[in-house]
Ligand binder design. Structure first.
Ligand code: CP
Length: 294
């Protein structure tokens, strides 16, 4: 039984074995292989989600697990119950693992020391989103064959992005070079010790262009002054994509702000892997859930 709280502390070997196991699950033609039919997994989302929430549920159901979905908005959290009391409540009822998304950074690591079930991080504040980065690595590895030697540019709202952090920690373990690109108001200066901030022109010369969503819900007043100005300076516009080398792939964790960080016509461009990333999220989460409870 193993928790997955982040990729910063996970070895390249451990990450590699999750990617290999995801490839195994992806290769299975049967939709449901009920190896976890005697296990109960709860998806506890204290922050909104579409992709992560449903691909965990899809993964759990494909493994035959019994799934309990918890949404804070229709729970006793609305009466003031804490996240800790919520998790302890579900643990006391007999769940075998919990998938958790929450806002406060640091709370998940603390929770993991207080409960005995494995916990899987489905995104905690701007700290980590390990299964997103795993599916991103899986997508890159499938396309390029290996991660070593790749250059990956992460462009956009890095300050608020757990996706950027998990990708940075994981990609570097495999010998990929990460470049960061963001306006000053969206930079995370502490990440400058691990990867360089570069111009948009330099960022567009990488093998992988990973765009990030402008996370308006996490912004203090005034970080994004003009969506149109942001698009002109940092957006992946049709004009910019027309100049990309044909081997380059375009990624974005989604949801996307169309015509802000990425043009509408680019979301399903032949070089885009955005929906492929979502597809790959299911076998990745099958591997992660299996690792947690078996
Ligand atoms: N990429 C991602 O985490 O999307 P959701 O917020 O919809 O889960």
């Amino acid at each position: 039984e193993r928790s997955l709280l982040g990729l910063r502390e996970l070895s390249a070997d451990e990450i590699g074995s999750i990617l290999d196991r995801a490839a195994y699950w992806e290769s299975q033609t049967e939709k449901v292989i009920p190896v976890l039919k005697n296990h109960f997994v709860s998806n506890m989302f204290f922050e909104n989600s579409t992709r992560t929430r449903f691909s965990f549920e899809m993964a759990e159901k494909r493994l035959g697990a019994q799934v309990l979905n918890f949404a804070a908005a229709v729970s006793s959290v609305e009466k003031g119950e804490s996240i800790y009391d919520t998790v302890r409540t579900l643990e006391s009822m007999g769940i075998d693992a919990g998938v958790i998304r929450l806002k406060p950074v640091g709370l998940l690591a603390d929770l993991a020391t207080k409960v005995s079930i494995p916990l899987v991080n489905a995104g905690d504040g701007n700290n980590e989103h390990p299964t997103q980065a795993l599916l991103d690595l899986y997508t890159m590895k499938k396309h390029f064959g290996e991660l070593k030697g790749l250059t990956v540019s992460i462009i956009g709202d890095i300050k608020h992005s757990r996706v950027a952090r998990s990708n940075l920690w994981a990609l570097q373990k495999f010998g990929a070079k990460v470049k960061l690109c963001a306006p000053t108001s969206m930079q995370a200066p502490e990440l400058g010790a691990f990867a360089s901030y570069v111009s948009m022109e330099e960022a567009l010369s990488s093998d992988v262009i990973m765009m990030l969503r402008v996370q308006l819900e996490r912004h203090a007043e005034g970080i994004l002054k003009s969506a149109e100005q942001y698009r002109l300076e940092y957006g992946l516009t049709e004009d910019r994509v027309a100049k990309l080398d044909p081997h380059v792939i375009i990624m974005h964790p989604a949801p996307v702000n169309r015509n802000v960080e990425i043009d509408d016509a680019i979301v399903e461009h032949p070089q885009s892997r955005i929906f492929k990333q979502m597809q790959n999220g299911v076998p990745i989460r099958m591997a992660v859930i299996e690792r947690a409870v078996k």
